[in-house]
Design a protein around this ligand. Sequence first.
Ligand SMILES: Cc1cc2nc3c(=O)[nH]c(=O)nc-3n(C[C@H](O)[C@H](O)[C@H](O)COP(=O)(O)OP(=O)(O)OC[C@H]3O[C@@H](n4cnc5c(N)ncnc54)[C@H](O)[C@@H]3O)c2cc1C
Length: 421
Amino acid sequence: MAPEADAQPAPVIIVGAAMGGLRTAEALRKAGYTGALTVIGEEIHAPYNRPPLSKDALSTGVTHEAVAFPQRPATADVDWLLGVRVSSASLAAKTVTTTDGVSHPFRALVIATGIRPRRVIPSVSEGPRSLSGRHTVRTLDDAMALRDELVPGARVVVAGSGFIGCEVAATATKLGCEVTVVSPSSRPIIRPLGPVLAAELQRRHEAHGVLFRLGRSIAVIEGDTRLTGIVLDDGSRLAADVLVEAIGSDCNSDWLAGTGLDIANGVLADAGMRAIDVDGNAHDDVYVVGDIARFPNALFDDVARRVEHWNIPTDTGKRAGAVLGAWLAGDAAFTEALALPFTPMPAFWSNQFDIGIQAYGLPGLADSIRQLEGDLAGDCIFGYYRGTRLVGVVGLGMKAALLPYRQQIATAEAEAATTAR
Ligand SMILES: Cc1cc2nc3c(=O)[nH]c(=O)nc-3n(C[C@H](O)[C@H](O)[C@H](O)COP(=O)(O)OP(=O)(O)OC[C@H]3O[C@@H](n4cnc5c(N)ncnc54)[C@H](O)[C@@H]3O)c2cc1C
């Protein structure tokens, strides 16, 4: 059912004022929605771009101005409530409540609250989380605080060898720090890249002076008010001035407890980005976008997944804005919008030292990996196969040469989907 005409309808509320929230607001306006639109965000900053926070902005100095997204005219009349956290929601009452106790009615709700870094929890003892020298890298404020401590000679331990851990390791090394990466993995970034490319990446990091303690985790964080060292699970100790915790993330879905939505891993959505509840019902007035969205992508299969890549907040925001905009406009437009296919191509890049990594598809789905082009010690392309089908491609350099493989992923999967019907 389309919403009833109302003299002063409640606004559409977007919770999360970052890339996913911004792109949804823009798409809603593009879809023709001219009504009230409120974006509520916990951070005090207007939406900004996160990838530079572990790369160039971290090495050159971090400012909001340098990373802020431009404000487009379409969203000039959006009501931004920044520095405000939503603590709960009621889908029955159609309200969200902020931590100051204010209840905000909504006509439709968009969930764009993303993820937060998981903290290292040592098994033996844990220094206070506020211990100076302990850092995460998710927000602009995080990056500003870390930047101040990455001084030449600082002894930096990076916990975690995923993309963000490796990017911070490279940036800190370039700034003159002594960097050790500690990770239970056998190689850095091994899950998406596979053993051969991951070993090559480790070799290149080591050539720049990064030390790796792989197959190890942190048992004790030492320090009283200031971090002094790390004890690993084999009993060895690393003196440390800075610890960067980059061991993964948790979803910001706590405020949705009790709503009945499926928040088992992020928030479950259908291909129209409508939120799904634990009984399997899609909510026409509740949408999910960005890192927190667990949604199916027919480009691969019908399994709902979260994809923490930069293009996903934009693609899901555009999709949610178009579908919600159609729902607000009326039944026929909504049915048509929902029927359109939604098959975003996951895309990821990373810069570490002079290595430019670009990936398309979902390499993590592969059961076999082949080198397709180039020289492992230089620029090269690896293909990731599920059975005989290319599901992902990763390039070190060779950006332009990757594009035909990107096309192949899209085409092969589309052909397979057609055959299956
Ligand atoms: C350091 C770093 C480097 C990255 N580098 C790359 C890269 O090189 N390539 C790539 O493809 N991707 C990269 N990414 C990933 C990419 O930036 C993310 O996919 C993207 O930022 C996700 O956007 P989002 O809007 O979904 O969520 P987020 O950016 O997490 O935004 C969610 C917002 O919601 C707010 N919020 C949370 N809970 C509440 C609440 N209860 N009430 C109000 N507000 C709330 C948060 O404060 C936050 O501002 C990187 C990410 C980081 C952190």
